[in-house]
Design a binder for this molecule. Structure first.
Ligand code: CDP
Length: 783
């Protein structure tokens, strides 16, 4: 393997440098919320509901109070008096912090115990006596939307969260009527847990003298949480400081505002002591926000020759008890309308109906920009189904229908303007790398011998970088993002951002962007995120938005600094500004490269000898409002072998050709892709949070919720094409979630490809071996 460079020297875009932050992570010196210990700190533990739906008749805390070490016990009734029993969600709904009348999902927080240590709090939690009257639970979103269904929410008259549509229904229906062939399929994109390494938690510290509330919390979006907290509690926003320290994975699951954050803050203000709350793993799996849970009916209309003419999709989405998705507010079903994918489809119509059920709130963008993986999965499964029905090669069918590269910027039937793309070149590269046609021949040979082998393709289009301010906001706050870069007199840099990495390596890649433009070595650039007292306001890190937004802000702010630096250099070199050339950290007069001033000389002069008409200092702030989203894409091909005896699917090969425009750090990008592919693999073959019809969770721990380890994970074969974004200042697009968005369809397409001749048109994820075995058994194939 090619060696990666240590993070020293001027390493701008495209350099494979090792991650600066890894030194502290590898040495075990990261600081996560649970690592922080404050003097006199108390601990908070929740009593949780055993029922999915029940009236609370009585809560008796007397026994619990008598447990040594217990400091306080907080119920919904008390929070209600403080106006905090319900708080707004980021989607404009309301959610219970602690219930007053009834519980609405199993595992819901009901009573908070505050004690001197976690053990005393847990002992006391076991002694709280709650009398429930079970109510009829509703766990199936389809049933929840039926007229006589039990109603989940005490404050609502029905279980309808929203009904949303996009596209031209009439035109699409017409196209479907006239089409030569229509294929349709039901898909369930199952409920997933994010399964980050670090469960959610917070420490609240209220200082009664200054009136300042400091919260360390596992949030991906500290500034927005600060604003919401301020609006809800009426504490002035400048007296709230939110710090997201190191975060052990977020993937969308840490955007939600959890009851623990609110109750720890309330308790700290009430008790005048710092209060720490950390979920256990199983609490986390049972109660925190979930992803997906889309019941999809998709239809594709085409001509005999395989030209796709229309797409029609109906979805029922399960949001649990609260609508707590973190979508931009104008997009109730997220960006699902990217579902026309990589294809030039003239007519499309989508309808999504959201339902409340007695389950934890769901719908977060788990490594997926707001429902893009659901969209990508649907279109890629449908295209493969069409290919099979037509007896066409799925690669050839795709090549026939791709948006041609000369059509960019391309306006999709559902209203998105794709910035740039070259889908055919990515697919051809993947086909060549994997030896596609030879594999098809091998498959034919195997078929003759009764062996099952499948090849699955997925050519996905992502939509990341939320987003243009006229379209994208969260609770009214526009989805720009920010960078503040300050160069000290000695040429060292501190740069602060409105985003917050949870493992993506921003400390390295943001430094590379600044290094690229200003020629300052990356080791001289410190990147800080996640402290609302010091960082400029931002919307946070999720949905692969950091590079398209804050990364762009870093480039623009660096260029502002360069403009000023040029003026100072002109002054130092006694030349006109227009004659100054800047190259690799050096300023010189055109034609005289040997007589130069370095960026460090200029930084010093900015404080010691600025030109008379220029302010001292060398710094800039940018709030970047992207003109459009960026549209990364990729072509994935997966080869599987299916064991007829057990139904076990073995992923033999997986080639991933990704295109995220210009790359800042190829090692980080590959790491992002491998991680996301592994998550896509888990989705396709292993993971699901399941409930019975009464809303009881099956399991709720890693004993039942299987995530891939190194043993199961296939070897990923990565490649790239580079199609820069025309509007991003560096031509970059986001990448963090691409592979989670694109890969599930490739896996499932491969399995169905292996089983199609047996009559299997679809198997819902996760494709556990028994599901395949059942198909084989039905066809008399299982041994
Ligand atoms: O918002 P998030 O950081 O999760 O996603 P991203 O913008 O896709 O970036 C993930 C990581 O990949 C960051 O460290 C980026 O700087 C890096 N990246 C890159 O090096 N080149 C790109 N074209 C895109 C992302």
């Amino acid at each position: 393997m090619e060696e990666t460079l240590p993070p020293t020297g001027v390493h701008g875009m495209g350099h494979k440098i090792r991650r600066k932050e890894d030194v502290r992570f590898l040495m075990g010196k990261g600081t996560y919320v649970d690592d922080i210990k404050l003097p006199n700190m108390a601990y908070l533990v929740f009593v949780r509901s055993p029922y999915a739906h029940a009236k609370i008749k009585k809560i008796n805390v007397e026994k619990a109070k008598s447990i040594p070490g217990v400091i306080d016990i907080i119920t919904g009734e008390e929070l209600d008096k403080a106006g905090l029993a319900w708080i707004p969600t980021l989607m404009g709904d309301k959610m219970m912090v602690l219930p007053t009348d009834k519980v609405v999902f199993q595992g819901q927080e009901v009573v908070a115990i505050i004690a001197e240590d976690r053990y005393a709090a847990m002992d006391a939690a076991n002694q709280v006596e709650i009398e429930y009257e079970p109510l009829e639970p509703i766990a199936d979103p389809k049933k929840a939307l039926e007229p006589n269904s039990p109603i989940v929410r005490p404050d609502k008259k029905s279980n309808l969260v929203f009904r949303w549509e996009a596209g031209d229904k009439e035109a699409t229906d017409k196209v479907f009527k006239e089409a030569d062939i229509v294929v349709s399929q039901d898909f369930y994109y199952q409920r997933l847990h994010v399964a980050y390494m670090e469960p959610v938690g917070s420490i609240a510290h209220y200082d009664p003298v200054s009136g300042k509330l400091t919260l360390w919390m596992t949030t991906q979006a500290p500034h927005v949480v600060r604003t919401v907290f301020s609006l809800v509690t009426k504490i002035p926003e400048n007296k709230i400081r939110i710090v997201s320290p190191d975060i052990g994975g977020g993937f969308g699951g840490k955007v939600y505002v959890y009851p623990g954050y609110v109750v720890s803050a309330y308790a700290s203000i009430k008790l005048g002591r710092p209060v720490k709350w950390i979920n256990t793993r199983s609490e986390d799996m049972r109660s925190t926000a979930f992803a997906r849970d889309f019941h999809i009916h998709g239809e594709l209309a085409a001509k005999k020759d395989g030209i796709i003419v229309g797409l029609r999709i109906k979805v029922i989405s399960d949001h649990g008890a609260f609508y707590g998705d973190a979508n931009p507010s104008k997009f109730p079903a997220g960006l699902f309308s990217i579902c026309t994918g990589a294809y030039d489809i003239k007519a499309a119509y989508v309808e999504v109906t959201g339902a409340y059920t007695n389950k934890p709130a769901g719908g977060i963008a788990y490594r997926c920009s707001f429902r893009v993986t659901e969209a990508s999965y649907t279109i890629e499964r449908l295209v493969d189904t069409l290919a099979h029905e037509l007896g066409m090669d799925p690669a050839e069918l795709r090549l026939k229908n791709f948006i041609p590269s000369e059509k960019f910027p391309y306006r999709s039937a559902l209203g998105w303007t794709y910035d740039s793309g070259n889908y055919a070149s990515a697919l051809k590269k993947a086909m060549e790398k994997i030896g596609y046609y030879e594999l098809r021949k091998e498959q034919e040979e195997k078929k003759k011998k009764g062996e099952l082998m499948g090849i699955g393709i997925s050519t996905f289009v992502e939509i990341v970088g939320a987003g243009p301010a006229d379209l994208f906001d969260i609770v009214g706050i526009k989805m720009f993002d920010s960078a503040e870069i300050r160069i000290h007199p000695t040429g060292k840099v501190i740069a602060r951002f409105g985003t917050r990495a949870q493992g993506q390596g921003h400390e390295t890649t943001y430094a590379q962007i600044i290094s690229e433009i200003l020629g300052i070595p990356v080791e001289d650039i410190i990147v800080e995120e996640g402290d609302t007292d010091t960082c400029p306001y931002g919307l946070g890190t999720y949905a692969s938005r950091s590079t398209p937004t804050a990364g762009a802000a870093a480039a623009v702010a660096s260029r502002k600094i360069l403009d000023k630096a040029k003026k100072i250099a002109a002054h130092l070199l006694e030349a006109r500004e227009e004659d100054i050339v800047f190259e690799k950290g050096k300023f010189y007069v055109k034609g005289y490269p040997d007589k130069y001033k370095t960026i460090q000389d200029v930084a010093l002069a900015a404080y010691t000898n600025p030109p008379p008409n220029i302010e001292a200092g060398l710094e800039a702030v940018t709030y970047y409002n992207p003109p459009n989203m960026t549209f990364p894409f990729g072509a994935y091909i997966c080869v599987v072998d299916v064991d007829k005896g057990t139904g076990q699917v073995k992923v033999r090969r997986f080639v991933a050709v990704d295109d995220c425009g210009n790359i800042i750090n190829p090692v980080i990008v590959d790491g992002q892709i491998m991680g996301a592919l592994t998550m896509g693999f888990g989705t396709a073959f292993m993971e699901e949070i399941r409930y019975d019809e009464n809303g009881n969770i099956y399991g709720g721990s890693f004993a039942e919720y299987l995530i891939p380890t190194a043993v199961e994970t296939p070897r990923w074969e990565l490649d790239k094409t580079v199609t820069p974004s025309p509007h991003h200042p560096l031509g970059a697009k986001g990448v963090g979630e691409s592979a989670t968005v694109g890969s599930p369809a490739a896996f499932v397409n491969a399995v169905v490809d292996a089983l199609w001749d047996l009559g299997a048109k679809h198997i819902d994820m996760p494709i556990w071996p028994w599901k395949v075995w059942k198909v084989l058994k039905e066809k008399g194939m299982a041994s």
